[in-house]
Design a protein around this ligand. Sequence first.
Ligand SMILES: NC(=O)c1ccc[n+]([C@@H]2O[C@H](COP(=O)([O-])OP(=O)(O)OC[C@H]3O[C@@H](n4cnc5c(N)ncnc54)[C@H](O)[C@@H]3O)[C@@H](O)[C@H]2O)c1
Length: 254
Amino acid sequence: MITADLAGRVALVTGGASGIGLATVERLAANGASVAINDLAGNPRLEKEVTRLRGLGRDVAACPGDISQPAEVEAMVAGAVSRFGRLDFLVNNAGTPGTSAPIPVDDFARMDEAFWAKLVSINQVGPYRCLKAAAPHLKKTRGAVVNVASTAGLGYGGSSSVYASTKAALILLTTEWSHAMGPEVRVNAIAPNVVDGSGWDCRFDPEQLAAYVARLPLKRAGTPADYAETIFYLLAGAPYITGQTIVMDGGGAR
Ligand SMILES: NC(=O)c1ccc[n+]([C@@H]2O[C@H](COP(=O)([O-])OP(=O)(O)OC[C@H]3O[C@@H](n4cnc5c(N)ncnc54)[C@H](O)[C@@H]3O)[C@@H](O)[C@H]2O)c1
């Protein structure tokens, strides 16, 4: 496990109350960073995790807000900066499949206008809203951004082709934003594959998942901590890497 001295540095992690976001919060805070944890205002896990982490001596604060709502994003970023005085790292992690059952590629009826609008707004425009609000603060501190995309955005399949397209867009935007934010700020992404313990990779039932994982060179699903390790590296290290998406697929199935 890599470490860094992040005392005095401030991070904002969207969707930070569970899964990959929470593992990233834990990693950053354990290495001395102050962390603004964003999640939906109605998510009881947000306050619960803030209380738990403070009990461990971590410097964290809740920054609730829905990244599909422009005004809430502005308030969330302003709140984080006013609470901690600066912003060094942005992790655009919040995302949704928008469905608990996979939508076959030819089921056009289920991929209706409302479904498209919701997923594009959260998964694609959401990170843009956060970056836009955070940009002046990140440039001031010469910080870094990590976007959490998905191997679905690289054609591996996923919950729906709509979800896959939003993640493909985020991979493309990572390169675009590296040009927008350089030279002061690096912008990278990770593309996770299966997430151990995640309820929402609805491509597979448990049996199919076991068979899929057995075809990976690493023979296991990635844990949230595995994904957080690379996010941490891209934020705290990696001084000459920008515009890149690190594919974290356990080596890929065949
Ligand atoms: N779980 C997987 O199989 C998988 C695979 C590849 C990529 N990903 C990506 O990883 C990221 C994290 O997913 P996870 O597996 O940790 O899921 P998760 O459900 O554990 O965490 C996502 C968090 O985002 C929050 N969130 C959802 N919509 C939000 C919004 N509009 N505003 C603010 N917060 C919101 C949720 O409340 C939740 O706490 C997502 O971007 C997801 O697309 C997940």
